[in-house]
Design a protein around this ligand. Structure first.
Ligand code: SF4
Length: 316
């Protein structure tokens, strides 16, 4: 029996959720750079797509800019986890800047494959979202015209490709697993000889978080995804929940919870994108606890133990 005067609410919290190894590493790189060289440390682009993380690093001495031109001479600069076109480190070297690259190793892996494929004479079909920094970074690894963006099944079926050039495909790391499978199927139907990546480009963290949402969706009446509107993997989690038949909303912080939207919800799913810290999940649970008699259950699908090495320049 619910003895509390508050209405009951079951919280089903997805696991894995939140920070991935690449985000963890990128944030640590900024913190260690500040510790080692002292503030200010410039960061080109949001180190990860999360306002809370960015504000926290700003308070520690980071200054965020969009382009290298905005970085003054003589101060260290960190490149974000999403990766940068080759021209960016080249420019930094030319200017004699001390730069640290926080590109996620799983994004760098895609960069190296892109270079290798183009060197081997292949044209790349790249599955991704136009304008996302990771896509811009990967396109910037190879000469212009060597790679073509595909965003949809329709693109895969219709896009023009160079005549007589062998094809290969790669993808952004933070896509919808299901959408990408459909696009790849369309690409393979049209170009049966196309070469696939060495291994799946969608990263473990993206796949695991989407899998964890699917695993709980059936038992939920609604789902809150904690993440930023410019975070690709967080947006995909909202889509995955909706496609599993549950209404879902993206919120950045607890203050964005719409309590009217929760009316009639008995079980609420909660997850967080790969760039959202756990503290924001706790904040959401705590605020819900002021309006409901909440009972929390964590639903774990897989255990993650990925850890990426820090750059030698920071740990030596
Ligand atoms: Fe790396 Fe995947 Fe995390 Fe992106 S989401 S930083 S690719 S581990």
């Amino acid at each position: 029996m619910n003895a509390s005067p508050l209405p009951p609410l079951n919280l089903l919290i997805a696991a894995p959720r939140g920070f991935c190894a690449g985000v963890d590493r990128a944030i640590r790189i900024v913190e260690l750079t500040i510790e080692k060289f002292g503030p200010p440390v410039y960061v080109r682009h949001e180190i990860v797509h999360n306002k809370y993380v960015v504000d926290d690093l700003k308070a520690k001495g980071a200054i965020f800019v969009e382009e290298l031109d905005e970085v003054p001479d003589g101060v260290p600069v960190v490149f974000s986890a999403h990766g940068v076109p080759k021209a960016v480190p080249a420019k930094a070297v030319e200017r004699g800047l001390n730069f640290l690259d926080a590109t996620c190793p799983l994004v760098s892996k895609v960069h190296r494959q892109a270079e290798r494929l183009v060197k081997g004479g292949q044209h790349i079909l790249f599955i991704g979202h136009r304008g996302h920094p990771e896509v811009i970074g990967t396109f910037g690894q190879v000469p212009e015209g060597a790679i073509t963006l595909i965003e949809t099944v329709d693109d895969a079926e219709t896009i023009a490709v160079p005549d007589g050039v062998p094809l290969a495909f790669l993808s952004q790391t933070t896509l919808s697993v299901d959408d990408t499978a459909e696009i790849i199927a369309a690409v393979r139907r049209r170009f049966p000889e196309i070469v696939a990546p060495d291994s799946e480009d969608i990263c473990y963290a993206t796949s695991n978080r989407q899998g964890a949402v699917k695993a709980i969706a059936e038992r939920c009446d609604a789902m809150l995804v904690i993440g930023a509107p410019n975070s690709s993997n967080s947006l995909r989690l909202v889509e995955v929940a909706e496609r599993s038949g549950v209404k879902a909303r993206l919120i950045q912080r607890a203050s964005e919870i719409d309590f009217a939207w929760l009316e009639g919800v008995a079980t609420l799913g909660i997850t967080a994108g790969a760039s959202a810290p756990e503290i924001l999940v706790r904040e959401v649970v705590d605020l819900l606890g002021t309006r409901f008699a909440v009972s929390e259950t964590e639903a774990a699908t897989v255990t993650e133990n990925m850890l990426f090495k820090l750059p030698r320049a920071l740990v030596a």
